[in-house]
Design a protein around this ligand. Sequence first.
Ligand code: KIV
Length: 258
Amino acid sequence: MIQKIKKILSKKNKTKIICLTAYSKNFATEVDKFADITLVGDSLGSVLYNYETTRKVTLNNMIEHSKSVRMGIKKSLMVVDMPYKTYQNKKDALKNSIKVIKETKCDAIKLEGGNKIKDIIKHLVKNKIPVMGHLGLLPQSVRGKFKSKGKIKTEKKQLLKDSKLLEQLGVFAIVLECVETSTAKLITKSIKIPTIGIGSSVFCDGQVLVTDDLLGLNETNIRFVKKFANLKKNINQGLKRFKKEIISKKYPSKKFSY
Ligand code: KIV
């Protein structure tokens, strides 16, 4: 197991794990200073390309953005989302995961699903591909409205079962998306690998958010997103000053000219 993954595992029950998304070098450089895990999420489909779902994201989209992210990372574990329909069977999953790891030099890949993809996860782990799991709300499978998971008894039971299964199959951590508080707490207590929550309460071992959302760059009204900065405002101020100085001929002064 790679050293960076061992470090993530050692944080369970000690310190919270920080996971942040990045889709390009400049963002990755800043994210890497604070994150244990930098995730090139297929959320880039909605954040950057305005796609209604993540299903339109291609393997090539993920590879090109990940190559850029790789240039910004010095210390965090780099995880890349495998997009929709790239891990439908064992053969494709292995071929595409190897391609992603070879071309982007990422440390691990992430797949959405539990019992339904157990044979695929087993095959990847057997072939030494580090895998991060993703349970609860699965954006690649959602049709229609996004709803929280684990409120009703049967869902709670299934989520716990899936989490234990993923642990047993050898994934090193599980993202829990929009999982009801008591279910997320129960799962976190019941498995030895870390849970990384997104809209899944404070009881998870770590937290992940889309960086563009938490910095106020991407307009969203998702309940679990807290705005920790207002980058949009900062960018507007900078661009306004740029325009003003050009119109007033203050820029470029002699100092900025040849
Ligand atoms: O695609 C993504 O960015 C994700 C995280 C938000 C968990 O899967």
